[in-house]
Design a protein around this ligand. Structure first.
Ligand SMILES: Nc1ncnc2c1ncn2[C@@H]1O[C@H](COP(=O)(O)OP(=O)(O)O)[C@@H](O)[C@H]1O
Ligand SMILES: N[C@@H](CCC(=O)OP(=O)(O)O)C(=O)O
Length: 374
């Protein structure tokens, strides 16, 4: 309970509103509910809270505008619906925030924007500038340009990455359940609400694995993963029922609503957070036991001598997984050599790289600054 007393002191909040809530059970945008959340957010801002909003709902809103009843199967129709619906979404937020003399800004992000270091830093500067100007950023995935394999898909992950990006104190995930339960409450009558836990509590993923609502994308699973991601920049996560009256001001007042997931370790340095936020990897480096120990215990760079096998197609600078002899993930990092070169120097000491390849880019296969343990 002591953790709850911290919430009123949090200054920078990311509020994520999911499809399940926003779309009135699939019947277009729930305009009245959106108006109420905006009123609540305006009250938070009145208390000096800096606020960023991550809002889903573009596909559902687009379907209504286009007169479509069933969710289309084709990617291009979904993307077209998202493009139409995003207009309605931002229009709705803008008109409601205008009642409170508050400006909003549309920010559409993709995974690529956040995995490219320069674009990541640009996005960060723009968002912090908007906050300084007193504008509320309304953020969604740029659904029109992403394909299945490179999309976040659910906005929980996007919310966590935004929390990392702006080093928010709190990520509030508003959803259609009162919080995280010990099992899916829609199917298990014995499920009990969890009030607080460490975000990385190893028991949480199994509890959250019980499927998702009809409209949402990730269910509780992506919310728990989002809390782990958010914790890397020191953010707390609150998963809470968005239909609870006055939910946001009550959270600010320290009321114990929903589930609070707290960060257990200290804040990671910004570059490591950015590395950890990469969702796609291009290949796998299999490590011997000695290399695993060195990475885990001494935080050193990965040398080619500790690699037993290389899998996948990647070029210098791309993200690879590092796994132990049993195939368990140990780390991930940006590799200094392409797949062919890496395979040729695997198992060999760094001093031999030049004679094997005819050149040396770096003495390490993955430098410690470009490596995160998982
Ligand atoms: N342990 C759990 N606690 C609460 N809800 C759960 C749990 N496991 C699965 N769920 C499901 O997750 C749903 C919420 O996720 P989702 O439908 O993706 O909503 P959103 O659009 O808000 O992200 C709930 O309606 C519920 O069916
Ligand atoms: N970007 C998509 C939303 C993705 C989605 O449904 O996310 P979520 O609400 O987290 O399950 C949209 O605006 O329709």
């Amino acid at each position: 309970m002591e953790r709850r007393t911290k919430v009123p002191g949090f200054q920078r909040w990311v509020v994520k509103i999911g499809s399940a809530l926003l779309t009135n059970d699939g019947k277009g945008l729930d305009l009245a509910a959106i108006g109420e959340w905006v009123d609540q957010m305006a009250r938070l801002r009145g208390h000096g809270i800096e606020l960023l909003l991550v809002s889903s709902g573009s596909v559902a809103a687009g379907m209504t505008r286009l007169g479509w009843v069933d969710r289309p199967g084709s990617m291009h129709e979904l993307q077209a619906a998202a493009a139409v619906g995003q207009m309605g979404l931002v229009q709705t937020y803008e008109s409601h925030f205008k009642r409170h003399d508050t400006l909003t800004a549309q920010v559409l992000l993709t995974h690529d924007d956040l995995s490219d270091r320069r674009r990541y830093l640009n996005a960060r500067s723009t968002l912090t500038t908007l906050l300084r100007l007193g504008v509320v950023p309304v953020i969604n995935e740029n659904d029109t340009v992403v394909t299945d394999e490179i999309r976040f898909g659910d906005n929980d992950t996007l919310g966590a990455l935004v929390a990392n990006l702006v080093e928010a104190d709190l990520l509030v995930i508003l959803t259609d359940q009162k919080g995280l339960f010990t099992a899916n409450p829609s199917t298990d009558p014995d499920a009990v609400l969890i009030s607080e836990s460490a975000a990385n509590n190893p028991e949480l993923p199994a509890m959250a694995a019980g499927g998702m609502g009809r409209l949402g994308r990730g269910g509780m699973s992506t919310k728990v993963k989002a809390a782990v991601l958010a914790a890397r920049s020191g953010a707390h996560t609150l998963i809470v029922g968005g239909r609870e009256p006055d939910v946001l001001p009550r959270l600010l007042a320290g009321e114990p609503l929903g589930t609070l997931l707290w960060p257990e370790q200290g804040r990671w340095v910004a570059r490591k957070q950015w590395l950890a936020g990469h969702l796609q990897t291009r290949g796998v480096l299999h490590l011997d036991a000695g290399a695993v120990r060195v990475l885990r215990e001494s935080g050193k760079s990965l040398l080619s001598v500790g690699v037993t096998r290389v899998e996948g197609r990647f070029v210098r600078g791309e993200m690879v997984r590092c796994v132990d002899e049993q195939g368990n993930d140990v780390a991930r990092g940006l590799v200094n050599y392409g797949a062919d070169e890496a395979a040729r120097i695997a198992g060999r000491p760094s001093r031999e790289i030049e004679s094997i390849l005819g050149y040396v880019d770096e003495p390490e296969l993955v430098n410690r600054d470009n490596l995160v343990l998982v």
